[in-house]
Design a protein around this ligand. Structure first.
Ligand SMILES: *[C@@H]1O[C@H](CO)[C@@H](O)[C@H](O)[C@H]1NC(C)=O
Ligand SMILES: *[C@@H]1O[C@H](CO)[C@@H](O)[C@H](O)[C@H]1NC(C)=O
Ligand SMILES: *[C@@H]1O[C@H](CO)[C@@H](O)[C@H](O)[C@H]1NC(C)=O
Ligand SMILES: *[C@@H]1O[C@H](CO)[C@@H](O)[C@H](O)[C@H]1NC(C)=O
Length: 723
């Protein structure tokens, strides 16, 4: 959701509350949940049902959105709260990795753990629905909200989205993802995308989340092929509810409803925050919906279906049993009861571990990990230091200064604290190492001065973006350009000119240009992304080799901005002309060399791939596994570490797909000198294409190629099979 800027940050402490752990994560099946929901809704009057499906108005409730409560039969006001990286507008919560950086772990287990700790925090705060994860595709790298999602590839988005959903739901909270493209499409524009691309790229992650049992999906602000998303029958009813068999609820993004009757008939189930214009107190639904039913414009069955979907999702998550009282006061932070959600600091530990697991080592001439006998380290750049405005002192993190640990907008949470890179490096290096620093990005003489006689100079820079209701340095959500901010290119050049052991660290929301990349003094480039509150600790873990890096790029870093297939489009009609060729698929199809490929990331160890074996099973049962590939990965280096073998599929030519598509990855930890066997299973869906005419997925037939490697451009083993 989006909101205008918000007022002061609350500092008050009220009574602390001890809360029990969620009672169970044995969620009901949809059938069980529907049986209870139908019985409940059968007792509701039309007005009760309308209250259940209509928000109570902007800034009028405890949470960023609340539905109306029903007394008899009792059904509570549901609390809906942002966002995809943690509980927004709340104190004492964890502000962890952004989606894009979580994706860079390429680690299912960690993605699940992140969903799970976030779910627990929403639960303990009494939020029924978490407005995340965001699984929209990073179509153009400058798109302001790309960092909230999991990158440029639908398969990766699908895995990350469904692991997050499972994690959140296992804590009895209902995750909600935005269908379709809200995180990326300009606020008021039309995303014009052909049906095959819609299914194969943009719907794919939602399909995987529906399989994971997701209970809610949001319709977005933009139009889809000329129809407002929240009244688009095709995406809401046909695709989501019929084709994917989604049984949960569709609700609006904040203020994205544009009509009362058409939206109801097209499959919308809940309006948020309820108003026509946010804060005006009027509604397309509420009393209007009752009237539409009484006038015969909307069948009462449709309203019954809306209420049933909402109450079923609530039963499915087990929220009818002892759900904590809502302690969020989104618009009156001072009055919020203090509820500590990470008393034993377990969540902070996950954030630190994940931050280290997500850091992508882009290049390394052997300078990393840093040696133990360094005497002097120079740290250069404002991105290494604190946020000068103070923590959480900019509206929704739109500071554009200090170290960057998340983007800006509604997808943010308040930092409980923020370990800066300087803090993290200093505490790990200890007192015996002399650490000199400057946070001045513009004083190149000073940067040169402090760098020139240091054993290592670590130079920091960043690039931020966010949601378009806030502007930072002329960036109205989207980035104006793909260059580094704050004089970054000149600063890096100056430090590299001064010190032959230069390490570059970049915190960025997405790809940046790197004109200095071939500078001979730049011995390593580290990409920690947006690591959240433990930023400096995670970075130090990797720089000093306490953790062997294993992060992988969830997006392509191009040599030139023009190399990307899609750019920010100021027109109302945004044509998805690249079709299936999103991200690396475009680079492959047009033989464009990226600077750093999708899936790239180095280790302090060295991994060899061998013995690719492929089996095709033509007679698999419906929906089953049609082919498996097994590869042996051995750690030939002198350190234990994790590798991320990736499996890409080349379809038969007749299928009309880009050269290769990610269809499997696994993060495997392998001790030095040991090896591991990794198996990829390719399901019917993995090997199918969508046929717009029949509206069906069909398994492609012919010769497939399996490419297994360490990135989309570092293929180590190749094999074929035929279906
Ligand atoms: C909870 O948050 C409040 C407001 O930011 C802060 O003053 C307090 O110290 C926090 N409590 C704990 C235990 O961190
Ligand atoms: C009903 O909807 C109309 C727009 O069709 C709006 O002008 C009116 O204010 C709404 N009524 C209420 C009570 O919200
Ligand atoms: C927040 O920023 C304002 C000015 O922008 C400053 O005066 C104030 O001291 C800051 N507050 C904190 C807590 O850092
Ligand atoms: C790109 O935008 C950033 C952030 O606004 C700005 O610092 C930088 O100077 C811009 N770069 C160019 C080449 O205009």
């Amino acid at each position: 959701m989006r909101v205008p800027s918000l007022a002061a940050i609350s500092m008050s402490i009220l009574a602390s509350m001890a809360l029990a752990a969620p009672t169970s994560n044995n969620l009901l099946t949809w059938d069980e949940a529907y049986a209870k929901a139908e019985a409940l809704v059968a007792k509701m009057t039309l007005e009760d049902k309308v209250a259940t499906v209509t928000g109570e108005g902007w800034e009028k409730t405890k949470c960023v959105g609340n539905t109306g409560a029903v007394e008899d039969p009792a059904f509570p006001s549901l609390c809906l709260e942002d966002g995809p990286l943690g509980v927004r507008f709340a104190d004492n919560v964890t502000a962890g990795l952004s989606g894009i950086t979580a994706a860079a772990t390429f680690d299912r287990e960690l993605l699940y753990k992140r969903g799970s700790y976030m779910g627990r925090e929403f639960y303990l705060k009494g939020a029924h629905m978490a407005l995340g994860p965001c699984v929209d595709i990073m179509r153009s790298p400058a798109g302001g909200r790309g960092w909230e999602g999991f990158g440029e590839d639908p398969y990766l988005q699908g895995v990350a989205g469904s692991e997050t959903v499972k994690g959140i739901q296992d804590q009895n909270v209902l995750p909600l993802s935005t269908l379709l493209m809200s995180c990326f499409a300009p606020f008021k524009s039309s995303s014009n995308v052909d049906d095959r691309t819609l299914h194969e790229i943009y719907v794919w992650p939602y399909a995987r989340m529906v399989e994971a049992g997701i209970g809610g999906v949001m319709c977005s602000y933009n139009q889809i092929d000329g129809t407002w998303a929240c009244e688009d029958e095709y995406t809401m009813n046909t695709v989501l509810k019929q084709q994917l068999g989604f049984r949960g609820l569709v609700m609006t993004d904040w203020g994205a409803q544009m009509s009362g009757i058409p939206s109801a008939l097209a499959g919308l189930d809940m309006t948020m925050p309820g108003d026509i214009v946010m804060g005006d107190g009027y509604s397309w639904w509420g009393p209007n919906l009752t009237k539409y039913v009484n006038d015969g414009d909307v069948p009462e069955d449709r309203v019954t279906d809306m209420a049933t979907r909402i109450t079923a999702a609530w039963y499915k998550m087990g929220q009818d049993k002892g759900f904590p009282e809502t302690s969020i006061r989104a618009f009156d932070r001072d009055s919020a009861p203090e509820v500590i959600v990470d008393g034993n600091k377990e969540h902070a530990k996950i954030v630190r571990e994940m931050g280290a697991a997500a850091a992508v080592l882009l290049t390394n001439d052997g300078i990393l990990p840093l040696s133990d006998d360094l005497k002097k380290i120079a740290i250069v750049g404002s991105d290494a230091g604190p946020i000068p405005m103070g923590l959480n002192n900019c509206s929704d993190q739109a500071c554009g200064a200090g170290t960057l640990a998340m983007g800006w907008g509604s997808g943010t949470a308040d930092f409980p604290y923020l370990i800066t890179p300087y803090d993290g490096i200093k505490s790990r290096a200890g007192d015996d190492v002399d650490i000199v620093h400057t946070y001045d990005d513009w004083d190149l003489d000073k940067a040169t001065d402090i760098s020139k006689d240091a054993d290592v100079a670590i130079v920091f820079s960043n690039a931020a973006s966010g949601e378009e209701y806030l502007e930072v340095d002329g960036n109205v959500g989207d980035r104006k350009n793909l260059t580094l901010w704050h004089n970054g290119d000149n600063l890096i050049q100056a430090v590299a000119d001064a010190n032959e052991n230069t390490v570059v660290v970049i915190h960025a929301v997405g790809p940046v240009l790197m004109p200095w990349i071939d500078h001979p003094n730049i011995k390593a480039v580290v990409w920690p992304g947006l690591p959240g509150q433990e930023s400096g600790n995670s970075l130090a873990d990797v720089l000093f080799g306490d953790v062997n890096p294993s992060g992988r790029l969830p997006h392509t870093i191009a040599k030139n901005e023009e190399d990307y297939p899609a750019h920010i489009d100021p027109n109302f009609n945004v044509e998805y002309t690249e079709k299936l060729e999103v991200g690396y698929k475009h680079f492959d199809a047009h033989d464009i060399e990226p600077l750093f490929a999708f899936g790239h990331g180095l280790s302090y160890s060295k991994f060899e791939y061998s013995q690719l074996k492929i089996n095709a099973h033509k007679k698999a049962k419906k929906g089953g596994v049609l082919a498996t590939a097994t590869v042996t990965v051995s750690n030939e280096g002198d350190r234990d570490g994790a590798e991320v073998p990736q499996a890409y599929i080349g379809f038969p030519e007749s299928a009309g797909e880009p050269p290769k598509l990610l269809r499997g990855f696994e993060k495997v930890f392998i001790k030095k000198g040991k090896k591991a066997k990794v198996t990829f299973e390719f399901t019917e869906m993995d090997l199918s294409t969508f046929d717009p005419e029949s509206q069906e997925w069909n398994v492609a037939s012919g010769d497939f190629t399996v490419y297994v490697g360490a990135s989309s451009r570092d293929i180590r083993q190749t094999g074929t099979f035929t279906l």
